[in-house]
Design a protein around this ligand. Structure first.
Ligand code: IPM
Ligand code: MG
Length: 369
């Protein structure tokens, strides 16, 4: 593998804390697996706004484009709640997704055996659960124009956002979903609201067409997004790969994450298209967000961030075996009974962010011995 460069944008809230644990795993990889990662750091979100007055700089966007992979912590917090939308912490995240064209967001929801009791659903509904949500990430209502708040002649105000998808945006993300299903359980569920939205109808028709023309060997179904939300808690194991738009994907992935016990467990990958050399831009981040209420207290669960790094190894560096190793180490540590607060259960040992990170390193040592 040629390029092993990482850009770390730790961001706000618990972002820097969980990224510190990821740094230790990267150091472990350097020492024990004879690979060399070069790490560059940059600001994003509120941390960047406080210094530069914007949520991400052009320089950081350039660095992100040329990095082998970007590792992101989290952005946002109440401190910046009154900042304009285009400068808010979240704008930094949206810009990096858009400028790097990271259109395919992979959000796996996997329930570790040790955590089947931590889910809000009964164990039999979640044990062995392994769903991959593929969320479209650079289109839809997040970026559609027109948008804004305008004053009306009658003294009221109007808020507008636009849900818009073009054919190619639908096809390329659906293709990612079908390709993933080929390596998994061979089933894709495509979600939209074609019963009320033209953009949903187009989504449905284009995914259907792609299925018939190129992926007819994959089991395939359409599901309305509200029905999918319901089925996710009713019978989650019916799903393998779920592909959906930006907004529904945001919502359904939060829902799916809770099936696994905690939002603190869910990693994600945001991938761009491969160029002719097989290289693609990619960003990896825990789904949990900045959790300002627990920031700085050593309470955060570093597992989602560490598992996001494992996804980087798998999808950006062709280091699938090392990714497996990290995932096994996490499973072992959970089986051993250590829990951060978010996944705490009776009879288990509550540990801090740092202790959880160290335990994963020790387990990596054991597994690699
Ligand atoms: C996510 C987050 C973001 C989103 C926010 C922080 C802008 O909720 O990654 O799921 O809505 O995409
Ligand atoms: Mg979200």
């Amino acid at each position: 593998m040629s390029d092993k460069s990482l850009l770390i944008v730790a961001g706000d809230g618990i972002g820097p804390e969980v990224m510190d644990e990821v740094r230790h795993v990267i150091e472990w990889m350097d020492k024990r697996r004879s690979v060399k990662f070069t790490i560059d750091d940059a600001l994003i979100g509120g941390a960047c706004y406080d210094v530069h007055g914007v949520a991400i700089t052009d320089e950081t966007i350039d660095k992100a484009k040329s990095a082998g992979a970007v590792l992101l912590g989290a952005v946002g917090g109440p401190k910046w709640a009154k900042v304009d939308y285009d400068k808010r912490p979240e704008a930094g995240l949206l810009r990096i997704r858009k400028d790097l064209e990271l259109f395919a967001n992979l959000r796996p929801a996997i329930c570790f055996d040790a955590l089947t009791d931590a889910s809000s659903l009964k164990p039999e509904f979640v044990s062995g659960l392994d769903i991959m949500i593929v969320r479209e990430l650079t289109g839809g209502v997040y970026f559609g124009e027109p948008r804004g708040i305008t004053d009306l002649p009658n003294g009221e105000r109007r808020g507008v956002n636009t849900q818009v998808y073009d054919t190619h945006e639908i096809i390329r993300v659906a293709r990612v979903a079908f390709e993933l299903a080929e390596k998994r359980d061979g089933k894709v569920t495509s979600c939209e609201k074609s019963n009320v939205m033209e953009s949903g109808l187009l989504w449905r028709e284009e995914v259907e067409k792609l299925h018939v023309e190129e992926y007819a060997h994959i089991e395939f179904e359409h599901m309305l997004a509200d029905a999918c939300a319901m089925q996710l808690v009713r019978e989650p194991k019916q799903f393998d790969v779920v592909v959906t738009d930006n907004l529904f994907g945001d919502i359904l992935s939060d829902e799916a994450s809770m099936l696994t016990g905690s939002l603190g467990m869910l990693p994600s990958a945001a991938l761009g298209a491969e160029d002719s050399d097989g290289r693609r831009c990619a960003l990896y981040e825990p789904v949990h967000g900045s959790a300002p209420d627990i920031a700085g207290q050593e309470l955060a669960n570093p597992i989602a961030a560490i598992m996001s790094f494992a996804m980087a190894l798998r999808y950006s560096f062709d280091m699938g075996e090392d990714a497996d190793l990290i995932e096994r180490a996490v499973a072992q540590v959970l089986a051993g009974g250590l829990r951060t607060s978010d996944i705490m259960q009776p009879g288990k040992a509550r540990v801090s962010t740092g202790v959880m990170g160290d335990a994963i390193l020790r387990e990596l040592d054991n597994l690699a011995a």
